[in-house]
Design a protein around this ligand. Structure first.
Ligand SMILES: Nc1ncnc2c1ncn2[C@@H]1O[C@H](COP(=O)(O)OP(=O)(O)OP(=O)(O)O)[C@@H](O)[C@H]1O
Ligand SMILES: [Mg+2]
Length: 238
């Protein structure tokens, strides 16, 4: 059976510097798959390439069996991939609700959009309570909820999250990870990029460890949690 997402020998460069050096991985339908790795490993570059914001210099990307490398970003959203970017990129002067609706910009099904906005408010009540306020007034963790809510507004089959826990308190981080688990339960397939390897691997069906543009380890999430190399490099143990 073909995986929902198949990445094969992907190479991505900035100018003549290769940042992603031939990586291959798969995401099966219904799974949470995580890419972990330190600063500059190539995680964000990989996600930006999957969403069509960067074009690879080599390799192939298939989503539901169809080549998407080189496709325009809006086409990729239409096919069912959504991206909650690193650093959130919410629009601070627009209201929370306006930010959410931006995630549905390709949809024309008004009633269903309203229903999905309500669902986002159920998932994150604080967004509903403050829906008419400027998004810039939200705390960091709340902005992360908004970024995730906005990504869900395209009704993605595959949701890509780039460091959703970055800069959050342990409690907020736990809340975000619980939400990722709830989204998985509701049938969304998730590709999760995290520096917090512990949290990500706890949740993930499968994990890939990225170092300077290469995959150096891959296994089930739980197996990687028990791996010595991972424990030393990413879980701060010696
Ligand atoms: N716009 C750019 N121009 C040139 N080089 C870049 C650009 N963006 C990223 N890079 C380089 O590509 C490499 C991979 O960066 P990337 O942002 O993908 O890493 P990352 O794994 O997401 O790191 P972090 O955990 O710090 O977010 C790094 O060496 C980085 O400096
Ligand atoms: Mg990054």
């Amino acid at each position: 059976m073909t995986a929902m997402l198949e990445v094969d020998d992907l190479r991505v460069a900035y100018g003549n510097i290769l940042a992603v050096k031939g990586i291959s991985f798969r995401v099966e339908q219904g799974q949470v798959v995580t890419l972990i790795g330190g600063n500059g490993a190539g995680k964000t570059t990989t996600l930006r390439t999957l969403s069509g914001l960067l074009h690879p210099v080599g390799g192939q990307i298939r989503f539901k069996g169809r080549r998407i490398d080189g496709m325009a970003a809006h086409k990729i959203v239409e096919l069912g991939i959504a991206h909650s970017p690193e650093g959130r990129h919410i629009f601070p002067r627009m209201t929370i609700e306006e930010n959410l609706l931006l995630g549905a910009y390709l949809r024309r099904d008004g009633a269903a959009i309203e229903q999905d906005v309500r669902r986002a408010y159920e998932l994150f009540p604080v967004l509903g309570e403050r829906r008419r306020q400027a998004a810039g007034t939200l705390s960091g963790g709340e902005q992360q909820m908004l970024a995730m809510g906005r990504a869900m507004m395209s009704r993605p089959e595959l949701l890509m999250l780039d460091e959703p826990s970055m800069g959050l308190s342990p409690i907020m981080m736990q809340k975000i990870m619980e939400t990722v688990a709830a989204l998985k339960e509701s049938g969304t397939t998730i590709l999760l990029v995290e520096q917090n390897a512990q949290a990500a691997l706890n949740l993930a069906d499968r994990g890939y460890v990225l170092e300077t543009g290469r995959i150096v380890l891959e296994d089930h999430g739980q197996a990687l949690l028990g791996n010595d190399q991972v424990r030393k490099a990413y879980l701060g143990e010696d």
